[in-house]
Each structure stands twice: as C-alpha cells, then as structure tokens.
Design a protein. Structure first.
Length: 717
C-alpha cells in the first residue's frame, strides 16, 4: 500500500457512542474544540474495545493543551472537574441561546463514581495507546498525569537539558579565573553610594550566571534585568579575551553571543535597552577597550528568526544536527516561551553553549502549552542557596546572602536562579509599583486601600461597580486625551528621579503629531523616516489593554468603537478598504517575506508616490526596523495579510512592551482568563501612568485567582 493512501478506519465503535454523544454536545456548546473530539475519535477507531474512559481522557488531554496545560491531571479532574477543565466555560451562553439544543452533562456529572484507580486501570489496559515512557504510543501516563506523547517528550527534553547544563562546570571553577572574575565584577559594580547596604543581586546574578551553562535572571519591572545581562556579557567577554591573550593567542577570539526575544516588539525593546546600557559601561577601566565594546552585540532577533523557521512546518533550520553557531544565547521575556519552543531552543544549542534566560516569573505564561519560566523559578522567592554557593559568592563578589535565603538542601537548579529584588523604576511611594506588588501577593486589604486612590500615578475612577461598560464619554476621555483629570493634579507637576514626568496622554497625542509633523511632499526620504519614527514613538505613549479578545469589552468590540470615537473628533478619516492614515496595526503572524514578526506594531501613514509633479499620496505602513536604512520598514497595506487594528490590545499581546501610560479594562463578568497574573502583567506595562477601568470587586476577584498550569516540569518527574 502506498504511504499516501489514506487508511479507512471505519465508523466509531458502538461501545463508545455514549461518550461521543457527550463530546459532540460539548463541541456544540463551545466547551470543547472539534480538534479534541477528532483526536479521541481517531483513537477510538484504533482501539474499538477500549473503555470509553480512555476516549474521554484523550479528548480532555487535548482540550488541556488548548488551555495551556502540558497534560491532563486525572486526580484533579476527578476531584473538581469544573475547576480543572474550566468546563463549562465561565460566561458561556451558547446553550442558553439555542433552546433546541439538548441538555449537556458537565464533566463532573459524567465522571461521577469514577475513581482514580479505575481511570488509570482503563488507560493502562490499552498498551497500544498508552505508554509510561519512551516508545511509540500516542499517549503517555506518568503517575496521575496523562500526556500526548509529543508534549511528554518536550517536557523530558527540557528537564534533562536544563539539568545537564546546570551541572556542567565552566572555567569559573578555576582559581585564576575566579580572581579575574572578582576583579572585573568590582569594576562593573562599584560600591553603592545610595546608602543601601543590602545584597547587590545584580552582581550576584552575573557571578552565578558565569558559573554554569544555564542560568535564569528573574525580577519584576525596573529591577535591572537588562542592565545585569549587559554587564554579564561584558564579564564573559572580558574573561574570554583575557584567557586568549594570556595563552599567547595573537587573535583573541571573543565569544559568539546571540540575543533573542519571543516577539519583534520585545526584541526591539531589548535592543534599545542594551544599546543604551553598553554606552554606559566603563570600558576604559575594564582593559578590553574597543575590542571589548565591539564584542558585545546590540542586535536582537526574534526566537523564530534565530532558529530559522521553515514555512508550513513545526521544524527549524537549526536543531541538534545543525546547531546554532553560538557560545552564549540570551533569551529575554522568557515567560512567553512555551514548552515546545524551549525544547527547540535547547536542542539547537551546542552542548557546551551557555543559555541565559531573562524574564518576570510572575507575568502571564505563554499562550501555548507550558509555563517554563514559572516552573523553573518556582523556588526563586526563597532562594534556597546551599552553603557551597554562599561561600563561593562571598569569595567572588563580596556579597552575603541573608540566612532566610539559605538552604543546605538546595537543589542544583536553585543555584542557577537569581531573583532581582530591588526596583529602580518604581520608588517606594509609586502607586503603580505598590499596586503590582499587592496584586502579585493577593493582598486584599492593601488592594482595597490602593484602589481607594491617593497615588499620583494611579487612576481608578473610570468604571464603577454595576457599570456594564465604559460609556462613550468616559471611553472618549481616556482614549483621546488620556483622561488626565482622573489623576491627582490633572497629571501635572509629577517628578521622578529629579525629572518632570510628561502628563498622561491618549491616542490624540500621536494622531495630532502625525498631522503637525508631516513632511512636505518633496521632502527627502530621510524626513519621512524621521517622521515615522516620531509617530511610532508617540503611539507607544499610550495603550488600552483588555483581558478579552471577543465581546464588547474585548479588542474585537473596542477597536471599531474607538476608531468611531476618534473619527468623530476629526482625528482620523473615513476608511478606504479598511485603511486610513493613523491606523495602528499589530502583526499577528510571522511574515518572513516582509521581515515582520508576530507582535510587531506599525502605523499607516500617507506618503508621496511617483514624481514630485504628480504629488500623489498613498498609504504605506511604517514598522520599526533597526537594521533598515532610516530605521523604518515601509510596507504596502495590500501586502499585510495578518494584522489587526490595535487601539485596544490584549494583555497577552502586550508582553514585552512598555507604555508611558497604560490603561487596563476588565469585564464586569468573571472569565477564566481573569487571574492575578493577567492583572499584574497589565499593570506592569505602565511606566509613568496607569488607569484602571474596572470595578474594585473584579480586581479583587482576579487577584485571588492564580494561573495553575498543569505539567511535570516543576515536579521534576
């Protein structure tokens, strides 16, 4: 039989009719994906004599992947199916809208009377479908967790590679290298003059990251993750160049370093931050001079572009057989990396290459399955540094570790994870910083005090309890001018670090600037590039964030509504084929032909076309592009196949971004996506001003719920 000939497996076995009747009803109600049901149907035809519980488990394991879980927790599902599976979805109304639809059994009702032992026995009886480790079965059971094999393999490869790299010693173990490291660290981290005598965690992070082939630097916004990694790169390059010079190598070879982030926006932001941080390094005191400066890269790629995406396939050009030509790889915004992508990254690194992850462990996890950074940093708050690490840090950095962060039984991974514990962005009296801390801690009393007002950088007055949605007047004030009157003093007169903070703005700021600074038709290309850069920068001064994608309080409902309000104000013109000058767009899918990545933000601008005599103008979409002449990539609107208007953006899509003024709108009805991590991530997108458009009750309810991704990476099994 030809390999291309489809295999007909026949109809579903009659013995499975009951369970598939339930699955069909769940699909019809929008509780389950058709993909989940189809997978179970495929298995049913492969094993027609299997217990129906096996088919149910297969469908639910697939369903959990769609919700970001690496596997199905059988015990949690039996204990509380509604919570474990989020079935039926909160707020689902498909059934109520269809009076002719048959009643649907929720999972808890269908599983009533089933024990964990019974479910496991049914799975284990199907050796052709369910395995317990390496093999070819499509499902893998490990204790009470059921995986689709591919995701079990991803988890295994990430765990084994991280463990191997953590235990791989580097040259830092040699006494002469330790001495050079200590001297370089003292230059990079001079004694503080701010009176803070506590542990310099940035210095500690650099030392620990230099000690092994895998490390994580985590911390909240403004804790200096980028500053730390730039100094770490300077340290590693200094040691590499010094080692080459001391060995008599005339052509001292610097380390090959790669910098990457999950999205184009995050990559651009990291590149800007690194460029600025490199400029402040004391190269004259480090001894490496221009050679050391040149050895620290400032160009940042997306992870997909780094690995070499291959169209229409899950595979990459760089893998274990064709590894990346790198000695060091730094991945920023690592909380956005899912289990599959982390497995691909580790597979593409040479065995001796060093991997450094940067990210905020408390942010939202990846959209796809897995919470890799959160799992690996699960013990970071309490340190768990063993005595050997504490003594080594004292010798190399001169830094002590508080007793409560020590643990004689600390794990190997604990010694590779550093949490930066001081925020340089938010002062002790910053409402944004305090609100983020309170949400992250789930501190209800503190949240109530902060939501009551009193902080100059916080506005919490835009939405009241019982109000179904922001009315047009409130939404207009917010999105046009930033609702400065909702802040103390009208947003005027604030100072940060001795500098005046510009007042909060809305989208009217960039739209007015777009018109006021538009070059003459006969201006040089440089003038249009500079104009585009200025408009894009102004666009980033404000962003409305939403928890939901669909519905009137999601981006799908708010984007056309905001466009209509801006059009009423004369700030944008009527659409022509969906486009107009000033339209902000978000790329939603990688487009390698155009050089655009998922997450890139651009703006449509009117530019001259043809000869100066004709003076015709046409819309082009301008995207930031550090590698392009003028720093701008101009694209015809007709070539953009996967973009959304982005007056409103989901919190998930905002990760890796920062806005001078961010506003977060939460729905009035509870949803599975409303969690502590989502609210925290939304708050921490704001640098100077934060507006909360949500009832206090909804904020408190969301802060009380944590994202609980199911998987075995944190469990270590």
């Amino acid at each position: 039989m030809s390999g291309n000939t489809p295999v007909f497996l026949g109809p579903l076995p009659p013995a499975h009719s009951d369970v598939f009747g339930v699955l069909d009803a769940w699909v019809q109600a929008g509780w389950l994906r058709e993909l989940d049901r189809s997978l179970a149907a495929f298995f049913s035809r492969l094993a027609p004599a299997a217990d129906p519980l096996v088919m149910l488990a297969a469908a639910l394991a697939s369903h959990q992947l769609g919700r970001g879980h690496a596997c199905l927790d059988l015990e949690a599902t039996l204990a509380d199916a509604g919570r474990a599976l989020a079935l039926p979805p909160e707020g689902a109304s498909a059934l109520q809208a269809n009076e002719l639809a048959p009643p649907v059994q929720p999972p808890a009702q269908w599983l009533r009377g089933v024990s964990s032992a019974q479910w496991i026995a049914a799975l284990d009886a199907q050796a052709s479908l369910v395995g317990h480790g390496p093999g070819a079965t499509p499902l893998v059971r490990v204790a009470h967790r059921l995986y689709l094999r591919r995701y079990w393999q991803y988890e295994q490869s990430v765990r084994s590679e991280v463990a191997r790299r953590v235990s791989t010693p580097t040259s830092a173990a040699r006494p002469e290298v330790q001495s050079a490291m200590a001297a370089t660290l003292d230059v990079l981290f001079p004694p503080r003059t701010d009176g803070d005598g506590g542990t310099d965690w940035q210095k500690v992070a650099c030392a620990l990251a230099a000690r092994q082939a895998f490390s994580i630097v985590t911390g909240g916004p403004g804790t200096g993750k980028t500053t730390t990694v730039v100094r770490l790169l300077a340290l590693l390059q200094q040691l590499a160049l010094s080692s080459s010079a001391s060995s008599g190598d005339a052509d001292a070879a610097p380390l090959r370093i790669g910098l990457a982030a999950p999205t184009g926006k995050a990559a651009a932001r990291l590149g800007e931050s690194i460029d600025g941080a490199v400029a402040s390094l004391p190269f004259d005191r480090l001894g490496g001079g221009d050679a050391l400066r040149a050895a620290i890269p400032t160009t940042v790629s997306t992870v997909h572009r780094l690995l070499g995406s291959r169209p229409d396939t899950r595979h990459f050009r760089h893998d274990a057989r064709n590894p990346l030509p790198l000695d060091v790889l730094v991945l920023d915004e690592a909380s956005m990396l899912d289990l599959e992508m982390m497995s691909c990254v580790l597979a593409a690194l040479r065995p001796q290459a060093r991997l450094i992850l940067l990210g905020d462990k408390d942010q939202l996890a990846s959209v796809e399955a897995g919470a890799v950074l959160g799992d690996l940093c699960q013990r970071a708050d309490a340190g768990h540094y063993d005595d050997q690490t504490v003594q080594w840090l004292q010798a190399v950095t001169g830094q002590s570790v508080d007793a409560w962060l020590r643990d004689d039984a600390g794990r190997a991974l604990d010694q590779a994870v550093v949490k930066l514990r001081r925020s340089y962005r938010f002062g002790a009296d910053s409402g944004i910083g305090l609100l983020a801390e309170a949400v992250n801690a789930g501190d209800e009393d503190k949240l109530k005090r902060l939501l009551a007002g009193g902080h100059a950088d916080l506005s919490t007055t835009l939405q009241k309890p019982g109000q179904a949605n922001l009315d047009d007047a409130a939404l207009r004030r917010l999105v046009v001018d930033g609702a400065p009157d909702a802040f103390a003093g009208g947003g005027q007169g604030r100072m940060e670090n001795g500098r005046a903070v510009p007042k909060p703005v809305g989208y009217g700021h960039y739209l007015r600037l777009m018109r006021a600074r538009e070059p003459e038709a006969d201006a040089a290309q440089d003038a249009f590039d500079a104009w585009a850069r200025e408009v894009l920068h102004a666009l980033g001064q404000f962003q409305l964030l939403c928890a939901l994608r669909g519905g009137p309080q999601g981006v799908e409902g708010l984007n056309p509504r905001i466009a209509a309000l801006l059009r009423e104000q004369g700030l944008i013109e009527q659409e022509q084929g969906g486009w107009y000058a000033g339209r902000p767009v978000l790329v939603t899918r990688n487009d390698y032909a155009l050089g655009l990545m998922n997450g890139d933000v651009g703006v449509a601008l009117s530019v001259p076309l043809g000869t100066p005599v004709e003076q015709r103008r046409r819309l082009r979409v301008a995207f930031p592009a550090s590698g392009q002449p003028g720093g701008i990539r101009w694209v015809l609107p007709s070539r953009l196949r996967s973009v959304d208007t982005v007056f409103a953006m989901t919190v998930h899509k905002s990760q890796g971004s920062e806005f001078s003024h961010a506003a977060l709108l939460l729905p009035q009805q509870m949803s599975p996506v409303l969690t502590r991590e989502l609210v925290y991530t939304g708050i921490t997108r704001a640098r100077h001003w934060f507006s909360l458009a949500a009832s206090p009750d909804m904020v408190l309810a969301a802060a009380a719920r944590r994202v609980e991704r199911v998987g075995g990476l944190a469990a270590g099994s």
